[in-house]
Structures are given as structure tokens and as C-alpha cells.
Design a binder for this molecule. Structure first.
Ligand code: TYD
Ligand code: MG
Length: 455
């Protein structure tokens, strides 16, 4: 049998040596080597339950300090973050090019800097002059931000390591950063991951809040490795149609709070402005009801937003394959809804082109939109407007039933507040409003009977 050997493990880096030394040969720390449970060479190789260090377990109920949040000064940004930026945390801000990420972060950085905090803004995309011009346009040129145009992570961290760590560090963008310890051009998977790792390590060690800007690819995911989303604490997405004025800030992942809150902004000539009451925003101003239009009380987190859904149906004479185009909603969901309308309600869409649009450049993700979309489609098919001042919500099952959805009462209250007089949805929803007349529809077929009563 092999003689059991002593081994020493460094508490700092985990390196193992057969002899005790004052200094760890691997990481250079002093007095970190401790003796391990003796193990034979064989058991070291084959028995993972022996030869490691004993962990100290911590009970869940031990009083822990809650992270102190730093308000960004923009109520809507705070709201999406769940209360403000947490020191030592890393936030990834994704969004299409030109959507306004740099604008949003420059405004945020200026507010935090004006609050007496040290803020560093590093732009790898624009020259300092360009950023200064934007700051002038946003009227924040007087904010005491330390600005640099730089792409070398080594230079950035060396500079920051020399003084007091800043309260906030903005890196615009992570795809332009470059580390000389890693092979490859900026923007490649290994570079993006390596640079992010170094910057996050600095943030965790120094207590600096880090915001990384990330580009978004065509299919909507943040360019570079998926692993970037695993490395950071918060992933935010800044969305909207570039041609529209409104932008939505959404948390996709949040280790410190909820992910279903949103912030709503409008892009003005002097930067982004907060919209604190957005429920009317996405309704087009219309006086008389139109065929193919339905209003849906959507919920974003705890906040109701009324959205207009527009459908257009064009009958094709030739036998060409009809088009189905959707803006702002899920393509697959539309196909499913059309199939349910065909098979359960006897409507025929097979020779018709179907176009669906969510007004105002809004993107719907709430599953309760099914009924409103179905109502818009049926109304467009019949070329008959839906009842005046009506709001629609409910999930549609494959069997054609209208299923209950969350917060029906809240949706109805908001619709009533904005002057809607009729509501349609699942049968079990409770209507607590006095001005709105609610009708529960059990089946999708009831909707069709309602919109297209047989003469
Ligand atoms: P920007 O913040 O540069 O976008 P990103 O960093 O996400 O690429 O913003 C780009 C657009 O915003 C630009 O097309 C012009 C517009 N904009 C305004 O409308 N008003 C403003 O005050 C500013 C600064 C930009
Ligand atoms: Mg930018």
C-alpha cells in the first residue's frame, strides 16, 4: 500500500504542494497554506469525498445586510432595476444600435455624478469629442464625469487601480474592449468574455457598480457569448422601434429584484424623457371604431398599459400562398390562433393574407393578448368594427376556450379609468368597476357570434 502523504492547500488560490511553505508558490500570498486531510495517492484520484477542505455551512436565517441601492435619479430606470443600482454589481445593457443606450447611460451617469459620486464613463465607440457634443445636447455638460475614449481593458483597470474606485463605471460597449492577455480581435467571443470577466472582477473587488453596454444581434440576443448573461447580475434590454418615439427599458434577469417591471421613455430632441403614466401611450387617437382594431389592457409587471392591436385581412383571388406578417407579436402564436379560429369557429383564412400590427412600436409578451388578437382578426374578416369603447383580454387554448389570466381586476380598472365602457374576457374574471360593463366569454365561438351575429 502506498504511504499516505501530507499535502498543503493554499486558501487563496487552491494550489496544492507536498511541502509547507511560508509563501504560496502559485499566487505568491503569504501564510495561506494549510494542511489537508491526509489521503493516499489512490484515494486522491478515485474518491472525491476525501482529501478536500471542510466547508463552513451558513444558516439561511443569519442576519445579512441588504444591498444598499443607489438611485439613478431616473425614476423609471430605478423602477426597472427594482430600486436602484447596487454597488459591486454588474449590469449588462443590451439594445439595437441607435436605440439610445449611450444617451440613457450618459444621462444616468450625469445624474449620479451630480449627486456627488465619482463616475467614470469609458467609450470605446466614440471619440471624447462626440460624447461631449452629446452631453451638451442633453444639457449635462457640467456634470463632473471622468470621460475617456479607450478600448484597452489593461489601461482602464490600471488607471482605476491607482486612485479611489469610482461609484459607477460605464463601459460603452463591451464588444469594443480589448485585452492583451487574450488572442483575437475585439468583439470575438473569447475577447468579450475575457474583458467582461476582468471588469466584473474589478467591480466585485472594489464595490464599483459596473454597467456594460452590449450590442444586440439580428435575432435579438446580446452579441458575443451567451455566457456574458450568466456572468452579470442584471441583464437589461432597451427596446423600441427606432422610427417611433417610445422606448421601453426591461429587466430580463435580475439577481436583486423582479424582472417584470419596465421603464418607459420617450426620445426627445434633448434626450430621453420619462413617461410616468404610459397607459394611454400606445392607443392611436381615434374617434370612431374601425374594423380590425381591438384594444388590449396589457400588464407590464404591476403596471397596466392599454395597447391597440390592428389586423388586416386581404382576400387573394389567385392560388398564391398567402402571406402572414406580424409586427410586435409572436409569429407562431398568430399561426396557432388562426388554426383555432379555423377549426373551432369555422372561419376560413386559408386564401387570405393576414397582417397583424401592435400600434406604437410596442412589443407584446403578455399571453392574455390572445383574445384581443382574435377579436381584431374576426373584426377584420367580417369588416365590422368591434363594439365601441371595448377592451379585450384572455388566453385562448387549442380547444378554443378562453382561459383565465392574471390580474383581470387590475386590467378592467385601468380600462374603466381611461373611459372604456365594455370589457370582454374569461368567464371567471371579477369586475369591480361601476362604469364598465363586463361580459365573460367562455368559448372563442361566443366572440364570433358576438361580432358576426348570424342574420
Ligand atoms: P444613441 O444613444 O447613440 O444610441 P446607441 O448608443 O443605442 O447606439 O442614440 C442614437 C439616436 O438617438 C440617434 O439616432 C439620435 C437620437 N437622439 C435624439 O433623438 N435625441 C437626443 O437628444 C439624442 C442624444 C439622440
Ligand atoms: Mg452608443
Amino acid at each position: 500500500m502506498a504511504k499516505s502523504k501530507k499535502r498543503y492547500v493554499c486558501a487563496n488560490c487552491g494550489a496544492v504542494t507536498p511541502r509547507w511553505q511560508g509563501q504560496c508558490g502559485d499566487c505568491g500570498e503569504w501564510n495561506t497554506l494549510t494542511e489537508d486531510v491526509p489521503a493516499t495517492v489512490f484515494s486522491q484520484k478515485h474518491d472525491l469525498s476525501r482529501g478536500g477542505r471542510a466547508l463552513e455551512f451558513i444558516p439561511l436565517n443569519r442576519p445579512a445586510e441588504l444591498p444598499v441601492r443607489k438611485s439613478t435619479g431616473l425614476a423609471e430606470f430605478d423602477r426597472a432595476l427594482g430600486g436602484g443600482i447596487v454597488p459591486g454589481s454588474a449590469v449588462l445593457m443590451g439594445g439595437d444600435p441607435g436605440i439610445g443606450k449611450s444617451t440613457l447611460l450618459l444621462q444616468t451617469a450625469a445624474t449620479i455624478a451630480r449627486g456627488g459620486n465619482d463616475v467614470v464613463y469609458v467609450s470605446g465607440e466614440e471619440a471624447a469629442g462626440q460624447v461631449r457634443l452629446r452631453a451638451k445636447r442633453l444639457d449635462v455638460a457640467d456634470a463632473p464625469i471622468r470621460l475617456a475614449s479607450e478600448t484597452s481593458v489593461r489601461d482602464i483597470l490600471t488607471t482605476l487601480g491607482e486612485g479611489e474606485p469610482p461609484a459607477l463605471l460605464v463601459i460603452d460597449s463591451i464588444q469594443t474592449m480589448h485585452s492583451d492577455t487574450i488572442e483575437g480581435a475585439p468583439g470575438t467571443v473569447s475577447q468579450v468574455r475575457g474583458c467582461a470577466l476582468e471588469l466584473i472582477r474589478y467591480a466585485k473587488a472594489s464595490g464599483t457598480a459596473l454597467v456594460l453596454v452590449g450590442h444586440v444581434t439580428k435575432d435579438g440576443s446580446i452579441a458575443g457569448p451567451r455566457v456574458l448573461e450568466h456572468m452579470v447580475d442584471v441583464v437589461m434590454s432597451f427596446e423600441g422601434e427606432r422610427s417611433h418615439q417610445y422606448r421601453i427599458l426591461r429587466a430580463l434577469k435580475n439577481r436583486f429584484g423582479a424582472v417584470d417591471e419596465i421603464g418607459v421613455y420617450s426620445m426627445e430632441g434633448e434626450g430621453l424623457e420619462e413617461v410616468s403614466n404610459p397607459s394611454m401611450l400606445f392607443l392611436s387617437g381615434r374617434d370612431q371604431p374601425l374594423a380590425g382594431s381591438a384594444v388590449f389592457p396589457a400588464l407590464e409587471g404591476t403596471r397596466p398599459v392599454l395597447v391597440e392591436i390592428q389586423a388586416l385581412i386581404v382576400r387573394l383571388q389567385s392560388g398564391a400562398t398567402p402571406r402572414r406578417a406580424v409586427v410586435g407579436w409572436d409569429n407562431g402564436r398568430l399561426a396557432m390562433l388562426l388554426a383555432v379560429l379555423e377549426s373551432r369557429c369555422g372561419l376560413n383564412f386559408s386564401s387570405a393574407e393576414v397582417y397583424l400590427n401592435i400600434a406604437g412600436g410596442y412589443r407584446l409578451s403578455d399571453p392574455a393578448a390572445d383574445l384581443a388578437v382574435a377579436a381584431a382578426l374576426v373584426s377584420a374578416l367580417a369588416d365590422r368594427p368591434l363594439p365601441d369603447k371595448s377592451a379585450w383580454f384572455g388566453e385562448v387554448s387549442l380547444a378554443g376556450e378562453i382561459r383565465p389570466v392574471a390580474h383581470a381586476g387590475l386590467r378592467l380598472r385601468e380600462a374603466a379609468k381611461l373611459g372604456f365602457e365594455r370589457g370582454y374576457g374569461p368567464s371567471d374574471a371579477k369586475n369591480e368597476t361601476s362604469t364598465l360593463d363586463y361580459r365573460g366569454l367562455g368559448q372563442l365561438a361566443n366572440l364570433v357570434d358576438h361580432v358576426m351575429p348570424s342574420e
